[in-house]
Design a protein around this ligand. Structure first.
Ligand code: BG6
Length: 475
């Protein structure tokens, strides 16, 4: 009989979240405002945030701010963690909200109440034998650092981040082994507001901001390893497997150029420890001159990451055909892929693309990999008893897990963790919607903030529980 292939022993199954998207309690116990707190709900969110006409202030007459109450994890974390434990989670990826610890980002002393909250959450996880994975900065830079300092293009943010990183590492290093520095750091290449906390920046400023994050990330890695050599610090990028639409060499070239700037640039620096030659050439050609202080390049070289993590939702097709220009394939650009179906939000579903991604990343870097986000944002329709048959979600995850298994066993990839995004329904980053749900756990809350916030297990809850119990064999 055929032996069913499985995942490695001690594989870290779990789920992923970010503080700003689930905690709520946005102004409780001394927390300061973050960029997420001034991000309005709705499909225009990204457009508004990019527009200079939109003040980065709270105006509840005009807008709603779903992140303010999130799903109230701040008060319900015990119940939620018990549900994660019931599914058998080995790890829970969460972020610390910087502004809970340093309300303005530049404060002299940390806010003890904020530190205490994360002590409680971490202890609760450990009580259930769930290993925390902590992202230090997940789209929630303190707002004051944008207003008073202009965001990450300002070198001072490196110093502020160092103080913050040291504070949380000193506090939790004996309890938390897995860390990530910046969430989806490569979205800064395109100047994402969430990532670099700047609006309408020039390309020069975007790369300068990224340079500051690379230095800050290496400093955090240095502190972590000095405190505790067992700690593993990872980088975190969004990855979209790139395809050339056709075999025209010009198309393949265009795809490769996009691929290296989007998928590889940040990983090359954070894993290999130096600016790649293609980036140096790019900077020259585009008149980009980075302000690099003495010691920066040594830090980047000496404190590379221990593992590489990435989010994977979709692939992207690059075309040079004029007929395809302006035809948007999905959220991350490119044209439509005729072989793939898309989610309700137009994100193309591509499980095999994940296997390709894992193979490419492992061949290039040879460090352990962690799939830190993956999942299907979908509309769930509960019946009168809150039964939710989310077979579409099970189908999506099952196919991605099957491809991960092939990457491990057939392609020889060292993959050690998988944390599907939004394991409990939470506020969407790109639209602020609650109705774009990813969870195994349904939260009774709508886009306007109405609902009991009660939690209900979806069909996928038991399915994922079985996946974990059988270490990847879901039948
Ligand atoms: C990633 C982010 O880009 O994708 C998460 O790290 C985000 O914060 C997730 O929530 C899914 O995106 P969205 O827009 O559907 O919430």
């Amino acid at each position: 009989t055929e032996v069913k292939r499985t995942f490695p022993e001690n594989f870290l199954w779990g789920g992923a979240t970010a503080a700003n998207q689930l905690e709520g309690a946005y102004n409780e116990d001394g927390k300061g405002l973050t960029i997420a707190d001034v991000s309005p709900g709705g499909k225009d969110r990204m457009k508004l945030l990019r527009s200079e006409d939109y003040p980065l202030e709270i105006d509840t007459d005009k807008y709603t701010y779903p992140n303010h109450k999130g799903i109230d994890f701040y008060h319900r974390y015990k119940e939620d963690i018990a549900l994660f434990a019931e599914m058998g989670f080995k790890t829970f990826r969460m972020s610390i909200s910087w502004a809970r610890i340093f309300p303005n980002g530049d404060d002299q002393a940390p806010n003890e109440a904020g530190l205490q909250f994360y002590d409680n959450v971490i202890d609760e996880l450990l009580k259930h034998n769930i290993e925390p994975t902590i992202t230090m900065s997940h789209y929630e830079t303190p707002l004051n650092l944008v207003k008073a300092y202009g965001g990450w293009k300002n070198r001072k943010l490196v110093d502020f981040f160092e103080v913050y990183a040291r504070t949380i590492l000193e506090r939790y290093h004996h309890k938390v082994k897995y860390w990530m520095t910046f969430n989806e750091i490569n979205t800064g290449v395109g100047g994402s507001f969430f990532s670099v906390a700047m609006r309408n920046a020039t390309e020069q400023e975007n790369f300068q901001a990224l340079h500051h994050q690379f230095v800050a990330s290496s400093i955090a890695t240095k502190i972590a390893h000095e405190l505790n050599p067992n700690i593993k610090v990872g980088c975190m990028s969004i990855y979209a497997t790139m395809y050339a639409y056709d075999s025209n060499p010009q198309t393949v070239l265009a795809m490769k150029e996009r691929n290296r700037m989007f998928n590889y640039f940040c990983n090359d620096i954070q894993v290999r420890g130096e600016y790649p030659s293609y980036a140096i050439s790019y900077f020259k050609q585009h008149g980009i001159e980075l302000d690099i202080l003495p010691g920066d390049l040594d830090l980047i070289k000496n404190y590379t990451v221990d593992y590489l993590s990435f989010s994977y939702y979709m692939s992207s097709v690059i075309s040079t055909d004029p007929n395809h220009q302006g035809v948007s394939g999905n959220f991350l650009g490119g044209t439509r892929n005729p072989f793939l179906e898309a989610s309700d939000w137009g994100w193309e579903i591509d499980p095999v693309g994940l296997r390709i991604a894992l193979g490419d990343l492992y061949e290039r870097y040879g460090v352990p990999l962690y799939v830190s986000e993956n999942g299907l944002g979908a509309i769930d329709t509960p019946d009168a008893n809150f039964v939710i048959n989310d077979d579409y979600r099970i189908d999506y995850l099952r196919k991605h897990i099957a491809e991960m298994e092939k990457a491990i066993n057939l392609d020889g990839v060292d993959l050690f963790a998988y944390t599907p995004w939004g394991c409990i329904d939470l506020v969407s980053a790109s639209t602020g919607e609650m109705s774009k749900r990813y969870g195994f756990i349904y939260v009774d809350l709508d886009d306007d903030g109405n609902g009991t916030m009660n939690r209900y297990k979806k069909k996928s809850f038991n399915w994922y529980k079985n996946v974990i119990a059988s270490n990847g064999l879901d039948e």
